[in-house]
Design a protein around this ligand. Structure first.
Ligand code: ADP
Ligand code: MG
Ligand code: MG
Length: 249
């Protein structure tokens, strides 16, 4: 197993959110998590990423044989965990290219690898920007400042391509995307992550992203736990019948 989450419980500000969540992901697999608003989907992503304030109170998460919760957030990233967020931050004064090169080289350093030279980095950035149809000029601009929703998501997928993670956890990557952007982002995810040795956890409200990134497994998260798992057909069933119906069944 690449990632094994066992009976995970957590709290934010003393409020219990995850209530015994278990989930296992093998290399080569794409898993989708769907679920109603407030179920704890983003909380799961933040908790795995190590966001401050998301206190683990029980259970475990093992990533590539390591206890994830023993690692600092930057160590989790260096170990190959990538988190894509629902609301990407803007960083005025720092260009995308500076930011991307800095994140890549700090991860390489944490793994004991040499930094990429300027030339090597630009070559890599061009290749990944090309996959997402993002102009290099966009990457010279400050991180996310003045970017449309679709451009932010594409820039984030360029970041994912450059960092080349083992496991990508993508939280509502489809939110705010029109159909064209959805296609581009979907094919970007496939190009970057549909490879041996990699896996994806896609968190989404809607089935439409799953038309482009076909999941091997679909899980329903409700009230802090995985309450149902199935194949891709489960996403269609959820879309047709609603969460309440499927969860009660
Ligand atoms: P989802 O992503 O499935 O919509 P979230 O993980 O964002 O759900 O939220 C799960 C629950 O945790 C909700 O009841 C939400 O109000 C609560 N919650 C999320 N973030 C915080 C926070 N920073 N402080 C207090 N409660 C929070
Ligand atoms: Mg939500
Ligand atoms: Mg959320």
């Amino acid at each position: 197993m690449m990632l094994t989450i066992d009976n995970l419980t957590n709290e934010i500000d003393g409020k219990k959110i995850l209530k015994g969540l278990s989930l296992s992901i093998n290399t080569g697999e794409i898993h989708a998590i769907m679920g109603p608003n407030g179920a704890g989907k983003s909380t799961l992503a933040y908790t795995l990423g190590g966001r401050p304030g998301y206190e683990v109170t029980g259970g475990s998460a093992t990533f590539e044989g390591q206890d994830l919760f023993e690692l600092e957030p930057y160590e989790r990233a260096a170990a190959g965990l990538f988190l894509g967020f629902q609301y990407p931050v803007e960083i005025p004064g720092v260009s995308n290219l500076q930011f991307l090169r800095e994140s890549l080289n700090s991860q390489r350093k944490a793994r004991g690898q040499e930094p990429l030279s300027g030339g090597e980095f630009i070559k890599l950035a061009k290749e990944k920007a090309g996959l997402l149809g993002l102009d290099m000029e966009m990457l010279k601009r400050p991180v996310n400042v003045g970017f449309s929703g679709g451009e932010k998501k594409r820039a984030e997928m360029v970041q994912m391509g450059i960092l080349d993670p083992k496991l990508a956890i993508l939280d509502e990557t489809d939110s705010g995307l029109d159909i064209d952007a959805l296609k581009i982002v979907g094919s970007g995810i496939n190009a970057i992550m549909r490879k041996p040795g990699k896996a994806v956890l896609l968190i989404t409200h809607y089935q439409r992203l799953l038309d482009y990134v076909k999941p091997d497994y679909v899980h329903v998260l409700a009230a802090g736990r995985i309450v149902k798992s199935g194949g891709p057909e489960l996403a269609l069933e959820l879309e047709r019948e609603g969460y309440a119906e499927v969860v009660a069944a």
